[in-house]
Ligand binder design. Sequence first.
Ligand code: FNR
Length: 339
Amino acid sequence: MNRKDEHVSLAKAFYKGKPNDFDSIRLIHSSLPELALKEVDLSTKLFDFNLSSPFYINAMTGGSEKTKEINRQLAIVARETDLLIATGSVSAALKDSSLIDSYSVMREEYPEGKILVNIGGGVSVDNAKRAVDLFETDGLQIHLNVPQELVMPEGDRDFRNWLSIIEEINQQMNVPVLVKEVGFGMTRETITALLSTGIQTIDVSGQGGTSFTQIENARRKKREFAYLDDWGQSTVISLLEANELTRNFQKVASGGIRNAYDIFKALCLGADAVGISGTILNSLLSHGTEKTIALVEQWKEELRILYTMTGSQTTADVTKHPLILTGYPKDWCEARMID
Ligand code: FNR
């Protein structure tokens, strides 16, 4: 089977919406929110884009006939719900032009949309520029996916110079650049290193949802890396790590978002915006485009209720809402001396 098709079918097969560190967060109730639901504003800023919702469809796929159809449907969901959307990694299409339309279908379906193009950490400045031009995108996502590459039998084995390449890309692009993980999370040290390159927007994309060590291990003959299935820092922990830094930057949370409550908790933990992949993909493949559009609209409605209940008129207000940490994230904070 084509690798991109295999990723999609394994992501769906492994998708369980299972328990994760978002379950360790308790929000504090207050009886007097002093707010009306109609006053709630869900909008947020990513780069200098105004997004009408605080969440978006994160990078997934492209590179085959089947994934072209998935990208078409994802773009329709984004268009009908006014969400930002990212392509999957276009690295393959930069080498083989026959694959281009499996990604450009997103722009065809969503001409007015905000679309980010996705490339890998070691991709050259020239290829980053080509990617943005080729797919007429509004911004660039660079993914960091070392464990995935190493468990992938045919993956990369050399991860030198990524920081200097990121720095050069960031200096030379005429669109905004975001650096993301792919579900293994980040620490404050990683984030500090990224900020030192001039990058201003970081998606910590943590453990707790789609696992690319699990997916790539399932593609190996001996499946010897099952112990890496839950490798990495969860999204909750990655956000707590990010909050330790005093420097100002845009925080994006993704990884393990199962519902509106997880989106809300990620915002409470300081995220400016929240990316979702596995849950949207699973909905699309299990229930189709119409029901996925309805699900996204339902999440917006639930978020309005959660904002009202917590007295948060804006997304920026949500980040001030107090919460209690329990379980593993609490232990992590103690071990890493996070207040
Ligand atoms: C991904 N993800 C991803 N990320 C990326 O930067 N480039 C890519 O090409 C892909 N490809 C991809 C394919 C599929 C099928 C899935 C489900 C995911 C990773 C994604 O953007 C995200 O970081 C992780 O999936 C964690 O989020 P969820 O899935 O737990 O919401």
